[in-house]
Design a protein around this ligand. Structure first.
Ligand code: ADP
Ligand code: MG
Length: 269
């Protein structure tokens, strides 16, 4: 009997792995305090939420509300003052330094507002860089990088220096570079903040397409509310507090974070 039950339980567990969305990310009571001289700046205050694998989340909020700080903590580029980030159920705080390096360079792709490309290197060298840093052979890394440039629509720009590309093209290179290690989680910090309307639209469409075709989980900080509304879910930060979250996925036992309303964008911007 016990063995039948355990067989059913294990079959259920494997079915849930295959068919049901799983929780990729959870943050619990995240708090970040910066010290600037004698002043204490509370950038995040008790932020808690979970993100299911495959979700595209828009993170909105006024300038200074804590969006970048939150993304940096999720990418393990900084550590929280208190609270915990869990990735795939594991606390980042428990990772050894080597595992953290692996997490940063493989599990997460990060796109910055100002692309942060190396201006004197070619597009293909910039995209290959994360693979070269990880010790991959140069010719293989450059081949993979060329495939990614093709995927972001820049196959005719591989040999251009990054500094010679337009803003929209640079951001496409940055997206290819963020994805070249095949991360599960894509974090983007106002990736269209410096672009005009037409480039904003095409970069957002590209991110949506790659999100779907590469089964990514994406969190995108943006000031652009019409873009935010096209994500699966919108979370809003104000003064370091998560003040609204219309995510219907991953409801909590206490009912928070699952309201499913879409009125939270009203009054913003
Ligand atoms: P957002 O990305 O929403 O504009 P940030 O996360 O950059 O907001 O900043 C949140 C708050 O934390 C702001 O008040 C900002 O000045 C402060 N802050 C961010 N980074 C630092 C830092 N390294 N040192 C001191 N204060 C910081
Ligand atoms: Mg910011």
């Amino acid at each position: 009997m016990a063995s039948t039950e355990s067989a059913i339980a294990s079959r259920r567990a494997s079915a849930s792995v295959q068919n049901e969305p799983t929780e990729l990310l959870r943050v619990d009571g995240l708090r970040k305090v910066f010290h600037s001289g004698a002043a204490e700046i509370v950038a995040l205050s008790g932020v808690s939420f979970a993100v299911t694998s495959g979700e595209m989340v828009a993170l909105v909020g006024p300038s200074g509300s804590g969006k970048s700080t939150l993304l940096h903590l999720l990418a393990a580029l900084d550590t929280p003052t208190s609270g915990t980030v869990y990735f795939g159920g594991n606390s980042l705080a428990a990772f050894a330094e080597r595992d953290l390096e692996d997490f940063r360079s493989r599990a997460v792709g990060f796109i910055w507002q100002r692309h942060q490309l190396l201006a004197d290197f070619t597009a293909v060298e910039n995209v290959a860089m994360p693979l070269l840093i990880r010790g991959n052979a140069a010719s293989a890394a450059l081949d993979v990088a060329r495939e990614w440039l093709n995927e972001v629509g820049l196959s005719d720009r591989t040999q251009h220096r990054a500094g010679e590309l337009s803003g929209g093209e640079q951001q496409r290179v940055a997206i290819a570079r963020a994805l070249v290690t095949r991360p599960k989680l894509l974090l983007a910090d106002e990736p269209t903040g410096d672009l005009d309307e037409k480039n904003t639209e095409s970069i957002f469409e590209l991110m949506q397409r790659l999100h779907g075709s590469h089964h990514l989980t994406s969190i995108l900080a943006t000031h652009n509310l019409s873009l935010a509304q096209r994500a699966d879910r919108v979370m809003c930060l104000e003064h370091g507090f998560l003040v609204s979250d219309n995510g219907a996925v991953a409801p909590r036992a206490d009912g928070r974070g699952a309201s499913g309303n879409s009125s939270i964008l009203e009054g913003l911007g």
